[in-house]
Design a binder for this molecule. Sequence first.
Ligand SMILES: O=C(O)c1cccc(C(=O)CC[C@H]2O[C@@H](n3cnc4c(=O)[nH]cnc43)[C@H](O)[C@@H]2O)c1
Length: 241
Amino acid sequence: MRVLVVTAVPAEREAVTRGCRRAEPPADSAADPPSDSRSGPPSGPPDVAVVAAGVGPAAAAAGTARALALAERDGRPFGLVVSAGIGGGFAPHVDGPLVATAIIAADLGAQTHDGFASLTELGFGTDRHPVPLALAGAVAKAAGAVLGPVLTVSTATGTAERAAELAARHPGAVGEAMEGFGVAEAATALRLPALEIRTVSNSVGPRDRAAWRVHDALEELSDAFTRIMPVLADWREGEST
Ligand SMILES: O=C(O)c1cccc(C(=O)CC[C@H]2O[C@@H](n3cnc4c(=O)[nH]cnc43)[C@H](O)[C@@H]2O)c1
């Protein structure tokens, strides 16, 4: 199965690519026969393509849609789409990897007299995409990641008040970034499952660029992909979500 990984910037794409290349192939089927017929023989490493589509949900959606369409045209369709990169963590998740249990557009909607109304609440569509939960759980286990909703914003949070507002609206949210919902929108348009994995570069809250751990987060992103490649290799489209 082909996997499309979409990042925002080239540095994230290169980190993911490094991680994929380091991954050991799954155990040889001759040495380790499958434990049950359902799983079938272990497959080889997944065919992973990594693209840097740009920062923000619109660039992410456009870049994902383009990559998916070209693959369809070439007769080499993708079976899974992953939004990956650095992101902000909601306390206490202030470092390490995060895997989305839902991909939520947190500022897609309208300001009303009663506060923010999401696209879903307005009746104009959806503000959230589900993920294949069994796969997300297996990916999180392999990566040592925290599971929870990951928010997509067009405006990165820069105050404690905004962080608290988002956390109150989305109980259990573990992270914030700017591309996941765009990637998931494009994947959903082609009826493909989507995941989001982030490694925390900063805490969601007061703007403090000096406190960002971008290099560490990129190294952790690379390591996460080394760890999850065997999981992606053995996942079959249409498996229980
Ligand atoms: O200049 C700032 O204060 C600032 C604060 C948060 C994010 C940015 C970005 O330009 C984000 C660009 C890029 O990184 C991802 N990212 C990383 N941390 C966060 C975050 O806390 N909130 C949203 N996005 C974040 C994001 O996915 C973008 O690709 C600048």
